[in-house]
Write a protein that binds this ligand. Structure first.
Ligand code: SF4
Ligand code: SF4
Length: 214
């Protein structure tokens, strides 16, 4: 069966990451797990926020009938670092289930990773985690200024991992794999013109050391 370009890129990235991680010495693996720890703490906070303030909304609107409007076919950009982080956290069975769906039936209208019990990723891609539809945004508005402020604060903190106007985890992880001779269309931090521009501007406009301002 011929894979769609999207599925092929995802599959190749996952296989590549698996091969690389399996070949690493235990000390390098431990180091990788250590550098993603602050990000995992951040994700736990986002998950807790969503559990309190959004799970009811999403369950009622989307998950009760497995339609999850967030999860359209080929609708999300997964970063290479998402694949690395998820691989570091996943069991062999969880990776196998991702490989299975990526190589299987391509015909559905939903994201290839949407299973019977929700997303098949152990730690879903950051784009999915931070996405709120208008309905979900509205429900946060109804909860008041303080809750909205907390959500905005999480969005700002996300940038410390994913917005390359400074050294960020998602760029660093790609860099490590590129230095090992690997290449993937999912390496947006090294391929996306928009992100490359952000990085170039940051280099030409260094942050003032003492006060963090231009
Ligand atoms: S964010 Fe919106 S579209 Fe996504 S699951 Fe929640 S309610 Fe559904
Ligand atoms: S990766 Fe998971 S959360 Fe993201 S769109 Fe697909 S099924 Fe939904």
């Amino acid at each position: 069966m011929e894979l769609t370009e999207y599925n092929r890129d995802q599959l190749e990235a996952l296989l590549m990451v698996q091969r690389r991680l399996r070949g690493l010495p235990a000390s390098d693996l431990a180091e990788l797990k250590a550098i993603i720890r602050p990000y995992l703490r951040f994700r736990a906070e986002v998950g807790a926020f969503q559990g309190i303030h959004l799970s009811e909304v999403c369950t009622e609107k989307c998950f009760a009938d497995c339609t999850s409007a967030c999860c359209g076919k080929e609708g999300i950009a997964t970063f290479f670092a998402d694949v690395v982080i998820n691989s570091l956290l996943s069991s062999d069975e969880e990776i196998d289930s991702l490989l299975r769906v990526l190589s299987g039936d391509q015909a559905g209208f939903k994201c290839i990773y949407l299973g019977r019990n929700g997303c098949l990723w152990r730690l879903k891609p950051i784009v999915c985690e931070m996405f709120l539809c208008d309905h979900a945004k509205e429900s946060l508005h109804l909860r008041g200024e303080e809750i909205l402020r907390q959500w905005e604060n999480l969005r700002v903190r996300e940038k410390a991992f994913t917005w390359p106007d400074r050294p960020v985890l998602f760029d660093d992880l790609e860099e490590q794999f590129i230095k090992a001779g690997l290449e993937s269309p999912l390496m947006y931090f090294h391929r996306s013109p928009g992100l490359l521009r952000v990085k170039a501007r940051a280099v030409s406009k260094p942050i003032h050391k003492s006060c963090g301002r231009d």
